[in-house]
Design a protein around this ligand. Structure first.
Ligand SMILES: [Zn+2]
Length: 242
């Protein structure tokens, strides 16, 4: 991205962290004795460029080069441009010192901010990806669902709906030696996806000793009977019977 600064009506192009020395030369009055190539040929300039190259760890050809043709001219790293400005004239040097330096520092700050934002975006993306790989959080069966399941199980006889052999709800509604079980997944805690079963069945299902595919018929049977019971209760409440 090319940018430009204005010096008393003359433009000075900038690109990244480089300045167009030819523009600087024109802006400061086009003194033929002070063209970029003339400055570059001076020992003092060569020493300075060599020093900057060492500091930045770059070869000189990356820090100052000449492009032929339209839009061409000599381009150089802005620190080299500052040294050239000093050679051109005190007034031009003073201008570069404030305007060019401020521009380059703003640019460096802007770069830093966009780098930080880019890094944060990347971190956020990684966190999202990791979160997707982690197992989802377990959703507990609520107290309301537990009370409802215990009531329904009692209304259906109070036996474990899985094995049918053990009482899991006492006549007073208390749960006996039983556990509420998420039948499909611990992220599905509603009464449609859970049941109240005896400790033995719960343990067998949890350890896989009793495969869920085998218990499935019992779970579905319990859910069908529960739905039928609900339908009866709904009809009773709709007709006003006790
Ligand atoms: Zn059981």
């Amino acid at each position: 991205m090319s940018d430009e600064l204005d010096y008393q009506g003359a433009r000075v192009r900038l690109k990244g962290d480089t300045l167009n020395l030819t523009d600087m030369w024109r802006a400061s009055g086009s003194d033929t004795q002070k063209q970029p190539a003339k400055w570059h040929a001076l020992q003092q300039a060569a020493d300075f460029i060599g020093y900057i190259a060492g500091t930045l760890g770059k070869t000189e050809s990356l820090l100052i080069w000449t492009k032929e043709g339209r839009g061409g001219g000599t381009w150089a790293h802005w620190q080299i441009g500052m040294a050239y400005a000093k050679y051109l004239s005190p007034a031009f040097h003073a201008w570069c010192n404030s305007i060019v330096r401020a521009h380059m520092e703003r640019r460096a700050t802007g770069n830093f901010q966009s780098q930080v934002i880019e890094r944060l975006d990347r971190i956020e993306h990684r966190v999202d990806t990791l979160e997707q790989r982690l197992p989802q959080r377990r959703r507990e069966i609520t107290r309301t669902t537990r009370l409802y399941l215990a009531d329904a199980t009692l209304a259906l006889g109070g036996r474990c709906p899985c094995c049918g052999r053990v009482d899991v709800v006492a006549a007073d509604g208390n749960v006996l030696n039983a556990e509420f079980d998420h039948f499909y997944s611990n992220q599905l805690p509603s009464e449609d996806h859970s049941w109240l079963i005896c400790l033995a069945c719960h343990s067998n299902l949890t350890t896989g000793k009793l495969p869920r595919t085998e218990a499935d018929v019992h779970f579905k049977s319990f859910q069908l009977r529960r739905a039928a019971l609900m339908a009866v209760l709904d009809t009773e409440s709709a007709t006003g019977e006790d």
